[in-house]
Write a protein that binds this ligand. Structure first.
Ligand SMILES: [Zn+2]
Length: 452
């Protein structure tokens, strides 16, 4: 997680009181008896109301004040028609229910404290801040809080509530505009056109993120939170960031729905690695995927190739389930699983169809390579596994073959080799219905694997 910590130093005294509050909600309409109106009118209000005019009406909003402290959860709404009160409503704390307010006033600068506030905003610093004492309902209890209003350097406004020196919550202020129209290649530039899509739940800083995925860029073109949309030309460096975000968000959803896999942490990626150089970088390491732009000799538009982005994201899945290594036989298993899952998602047995410039694709998993034909070559040997799984998928169907592959993967470990894989897939096959075993076992046999 790209969490940046800021240290806020503010000084003020604190005091606290806890009381069971009685929240009331009442309303009054013109023509009704005046009892409720009287109650609403007797409330102590906080400064001036906000006012807006709608047709002939004047609508006022205000909040309750108790002993000069704002009651956060309260509101008082009054509607006037031609200066005559038409309706009034209020949600407020019954003043009499607050028996004793701590009489000791907050003596500012009495205490200084240090607290940490974390935001996924980089670089983070406070531009402006001010604080006030408020009364707020917290878990059913009316409590005193110190509310700190502050602005970050990206222009977003926040409010942090402290109880004494303890940070209780942080809330983002203002309207949340987190839907963006973007343009991407849903299936890559070879198999789809640039298409407008709606990305929801986005956070934009220099990165593009949602609750599952965060994509950064090393390019000099930075994303900002004030962009009206994310429709970039594919030549624009920011395009890669949006495209990779789209793919990773898609594939994480796919993994949740098809493999029942959930990642507790956001998957991180960075594009334009090596900027301004155009690199052929594409790899996964420790929860982060790195993509270059492609050198336009061997690879072009690396980040737009779904098979490459999906392949790298499956390394994250494999890492979490089996922590297979990246070299030797375990490395070939790692690559074979990543290729197999990728090809199932795309429903095509080819890797690198879009980005690889020296042929129609970089690898195919539609092959017939027997276990005994191992050469020690990382990708050559990965095809022994990926093509085995692909043939099983062709004959057994997508759902069952995905389950077989994922169940087997979950039994592997950093020391696994082809022998261990073979013993574990046998264990999983034994739990399958007999008619499915009759489909899978001959495939294993024909490729030189053991079976029962
Ligand atoms: Zn790989």
């Amino acid at each position: 997680m790209n969490k940046h910590l800021a240290i806020i130093l503010i000084g003020f005294g604190f005091w606290s009181c806890q009381k069971q509050a009685e929240i009331q909600s009442i309303e009054w309409r013109f023509g009704q008896s005046g009892e409720n109106l009287q109650k609403i009118s007797s409330l102590e209000l906080f400064e001036k109301p906000s006012v807006i005019f709608y047709k002939n009406d004047r609508i006022e909003f205000n909040q309750q004040s108790l002993k000069n402290q704002l009651v956060e959860t309260s509101y008082v709404k009054k509607v006037y028609a031609s200066n005559e009160l038409k309706s009034a409503e209020a949600v407020f704390i019954e003043p009499r229910s607050v028996k004793v307010l701590n009489a000791k006033p907050a003596t500012r600068n009495e205490k200084r404290f240090v607290t940490k506030v974390s935001h996924e905003v980089a670089p983070l610093y406070l531009r402006n801040y001010n604080s006030e004492n408020v009364l707020k309902l917290h878990k059913g209890v009316l409590k005193d809080f110190q509310a700190l209003h502050y602005e970050l350097n990206d222009g977003t406004l926040w409010k942090a509530y402290f109880s004494g020196q303890r940070l209780v919550s942080i809330e983002k202020q203002g309207s949340q505009f987190n839907e963006f129209t973007a343009q991407v290649y849903p299936l890559g530039p070879k198999h789809s056109d640039l298409t407008e899509v709606l990305l929801k739940g986005l956070q934009l800083n220099t990165s593009v993120s949602n609750q599952y995925v965060l994509v950064d860029s090393e390019s000099s073109q930075k994303m900002t939170s004030v962009l009206p949309h994310l429709k970039f030309d594919p030549k624009d460096e920011r395009f890669d960031q949006v495209q990779v975000f789209y793919y990773l968000d898609y594939i994480q959803t796919w993994m949740r729905e098809n493999l029942s896999v959930r990642f507790p942490e956001k998957l991180n990626a960075v594009v334009d690695v090596g900027y301004p150089d155009k690199t052929n970088t594409a790899f996964y390491f420790q929860n982060k995927i790195r993509f270059g732009r492609g050198d336009d000799v061997d690879y072009g538009m690396l980040a737009s190739d779904p098979s490459i982005v999906y392949h790298e994201s499956f390394h994250a899945l494999i890492d979490g389930m089996a922590r297979l290594p990246f070299e030797k036989e375990g490395g070939s298993l790692n690559e074979g699983f990543a290729d197999f899952f990728t090809c199932v998602v795309l429903n095509r047995p080819f890797l690198g169809e879009t980005a690889y410039l020296k042929g129609p694709f970089k690898r195919t998993i539609q092959a017939n390579i027997r276990l005994s034909e191992k050469t020690g070559g990382l990708y050559h040997d990965s095809q022994i596994l990926s093509s085995l799984l692909w043939e099983i998928k062709e004959k057994l169907g997508k759902e069952k073959s995905l389950k077989l592959a994922t169940d087997t993967l979950s039994k592997l470990n950093p020391n696994s080799d082809f022998n261990h894989f073979n013993s574990q897939i046998i264990e999983v096959i034994k739990l399958m219905p007999a008619k499915d075993q009759e489909i899978v076992n001959p495939i294993l046999a024909s490729r030189g694997f053991n079976y029962e």
